[in-house]
Design a protein around this ligand. Sequence first.
Ligand SMILES: [Zn+2]
Length: 553
Amino acid sequence: MVGPQWIESILEVTGLDPLGVQAISIRIYGYLLPGISNVTNRLRYYSFLCWVLYNYTKKGGSNNLDDWRMYIRKAEFLFSLISDVHHINEQGSSSTVGSDTSTPLIKKYDLDVIDLTKYTQYEDSPDRYFQNKGGGFAQYYKGPMENLKLVIKGGPLRVQLAENVKTTGERRFGVKAALVFSKNRYIELFHNCITKGKVTRNELSSMAESLCACQIINNTEEYDLLVNLLFDADKEYGRSGSRRRKTFYLILKFLKDTKSHGLSIEEYRNICMYRHYHNGQSLNISHHYDDVLSIWHIYQMHEYFCYALQSLLYVFERMIDEYQGSFDDIAELIKGEIQRGMSASLPSDLKSFSDVRFDAGTKLDAFINSIAFSNKSDSDWYSNTISEYYLKHEIDKFIEAKNLTAIFCLAYILLVKIHLKTNVSKDFYNYGENLNFRIYSSNIITLNKMIETTNDLWAFIRQVLRECVVDRHTIVALRKFRYEKKSTLRYSIEKNVYVRTNKLKYDVPVFTNPRLQQAFRFLEDLGMAEKMDNKKYIITSAGKQFLVGINEL
Ligand SMILES: [Zn+2]
């Protein structure tokens, strides 16, 4: 029988996605970039890790899980060291597995021999390159590699290389990827270093030219195979392959069209949403890509929606820190602040919104109309001071300045702008239906419904704050608590008074990371794109050439 007992104290952690609104975003980018994840940073791992698995078995590796893990751990760490030697004079991370350990090792010390065993042991030590016993393979790459039919679950090592299935004719690419990787020069030296458990500086330098993560271009067959994985030229991956190909096409096309201006990830998102480049030029893209472009458009709209709600949570948290009170007290305080200082707190370059009134007597439709009235065309989103893009950056500035009233007002203006764009869009509702928005209770469709049901501005403001932010966070945090046993609740309610849980940092609004960083880096690994000093990407001549042929895929 279980009686009452003392339980361990609850750990306070910063909960990700405190409003549980990002699930839609995550679902959408998973749909648009399958086979990649937010932690698969370098493309060459897809062929390299196949080879590690293949070579281990081929060289008589045992069925003992620990033996296999030690082999792959050494292989991963060695791969990372090679990359560090190859890029010893460059700044920034190589994004290889274990680079936090290998980069300082290569840069700081002039070690002639590196003991791989020391850095790849399981035991917790400052030298250990990776905590998960199965390495970066188990933690980062295995899932995406299953998705791409390179490996399958099962067997004594819990994973095996995927081979073609002769009976069904199904094509799988694990063995093929391993074989093309094995054609790299110095592949035997690489294996020998793992077996010896050590590597010399000279050996690392020799291997760098063919085995560095950036050297895919030196092995034609490996290059073709990896291009095929991403662009699915052979149509092996069905619809998911087509969505991945189209996304990569859009990136390359935008890179080409933005020329020397370069393209950042944020610009990619906004170009999809506004369907215009930063200079106002419209996209000239074959209708063949409409479906994927539209879904990226919806993704970015939803991101702005989430940004607005997270901004409101930020304001609410800051408010209860200063004035503990009931929900009504806090709402009244905000209302008073806005009415006292509305014109003073909005910056002068937002005078486009000087007609927008937050007064108590304002009707919701008048409020919406005043925002619609100041609306400009979407083509100049980059320079226009009332675009969602611009509003988001204004919110960021006001968070820096802790101007709560301004953040609050801008968040509602942002919500109304999203409403104006979507409430008349059949496309939006169709996609919403297809992507099953209904199972997520806070989304743009529910926002539009709220607007339909009232014409009182403050009733609407309160309803959003209450249902989409304050109560919503409570529900999400309690649900997480059930599974994670860690409280992520940012405030408690005592006698109807909100009290902030003081151990948590303020949660500033953030966008999700939609695997685009990885997609851009993959194009760099293939020599199709190049990163500039300002972190934007430009297309290379190889990229342009590839783009010409892509429509025939
Ligand atoms: Zn390199």
